[in-house]
Design a protein around this ligand. Structure first.
Ligand code: IPM
Ligand code: MG
Length: 362
């Protein structure tokens, strides 16, 4: 039976369109091979949307995303829009998309591939075998808490304010996703907070601890965020699944990404209860190399694989893509960010062609 899926593509800014083109080609080939029909529709987000229609998340983009089976996003942002007022920045579009679709759970895997161990800035024995899943809360915490803004005090001085807040319900729902994720992996969950200083973190720790009693098969531990950052670099193999709030997750997921050699390799999935998920690379729009055919499309391609697995429940198709990525790396093909001696340096498009050949062989 043919399955049909409506996929909203959000190529965004910088290298976004280049890496998206590769992912779409890959999806088309896998679709043909496995009898999946993808109906792609493209929409504007980020700087591209600001330039075209004057706002980073046009209402029809959000509507299109809501009415699709999954959303594949590339990257947003660039120097060009950095000095605009906050409501007109590309990042505001991305945050609006996450909030608008209630995508409270962000899964960011950091797995070190044997082929890329030497691309890591850490020693081989430290990173070999690393396989971490960061579960980041995505629609709450200091990113969304109120009050926020820059206010003028009675003395006329300006004062910037953001609020880190979590309700019990917000903690519980991300906690459940994290425990269930851990159950499917190594059954170890480390919750990261700053409970030694922050009340919001104490509530976080108390709720996660309480939830833990419902998941006796998962070994739960807690770390303060500063220690967690240190442990990620010192001995990353101690981690299986990590759950944390929005800001700590933003920071720790970049750190975890770097263990694997390049942030250019890492996909992510943002999931909610009812709306379609958004699948996007962890990396940004890399405006410095945009349009030069230098970008690594693999995080985007692996995000398409996550979309197949978590968004469309097509694990076989996901696996096919992941296998193709491994084969291409085995063959020695590399983009600049993961290049090492003796390997074969390719541009973004050529890397895509190599993936297609690998898929066609499989
Ligand atoms: C990420 C990014 C975003 C975030 C930015 C672009 C708003 O850093 O997805 O990690 O902070 O969440
Ligand atoms: Mg980030």
């Amino acid at each position: 039976m043919t399955h049909s899926y409506r996929i909203t593509l959000l190529p965004g800014d910088g290298i976004g369109p280049e890496i998206m083109a590769v992912a779409v080609d890959v999806l088309k080939v896998v679709g043909e091979q496995l009898d999946l029909r993808f109906e792609f529709q493209e929409a504007l987000i980020g700087g591209a949307a600001i330039d075209a229609v004057g706002e980073p998340l046009p209402a029809d983009t959000l509507e299109m995303c809501r009415n699709s089976d999954a959303v594949l996003l590339a990257a947003i942002g660039g120097y060009k829009w950095d000095s605009l007022p906050r409501h007109l920045r590309p990042e505001t579009g991305l945050l609006g998309l996450r909030a608008g679709l209630s995508l409270f759970a962000n899964l960011r895997p950091a797995t070190i591939l044997p082929q890329l161990i030497d691309a890591s800035s850490l020693k081989r024995e430290v990173v070999e075998g690393v396989d971490i899943m960061v579960v980041r809360e995505l629609t709450g915490g200091i990113y969304f808490g109120r009050p926020r803004g820059v206010f003028t005090t009675e003395t006329g001085e300006k004062r910037g304010v953001n609020t880190m807040a979590y309700t019990e319900a917000e903690i519980d729902r991300i906690g459940r996703v994290a425990f269930e994720t851990a159950q499917k992996r190594g059954k170890r969950l480390c919750s990261v907070d700053k409970a030694n200083v922050l009340e919001v973190s104490q509530l976080w720790r108390d709720r996660i601890t309480q939830l833990g009693s419902e998941y006796p098969d998962v070994e739960l531990s807690h770390l303060y965020v500063d220690n967690a950052a240190m442990q990620l670099l010192r001995a990353p193999k101690q981690f299986d699944t990590i759950v944390t709030g929005n800001l700590f997750g933003d920071i720790l997921s970049d750190a975890a990404a770097m263990l694997t050699g390049s942030i250019g390799m890492l996909p992510s999935a943002s999931l909610g209860d009812k709306n379609p998920g958004v699948f996007e690379p962890v990396h940004g729009s890399a405006p410095d190399i945009a349009g030069q055919d230098k970008a690594n499309p693999l995080a985007q391609v692996l995000s398409a694989a996550m979309m197949l697995r978590y968004g469309l429940n097509q694990p076989t198709a996901a696996q096919r893509i992941e296998q193709a990525v491994l084969q291409v790396l085995d063959s020695g093909d590399r983009t600049g960010d993961i290049m090492s001696e003796g390997m074969n340096l390719l541009g973004c498009r050529a890397m895509g062609d190599s993936l297609i050949r690998a898929l066609e062989r499989s």
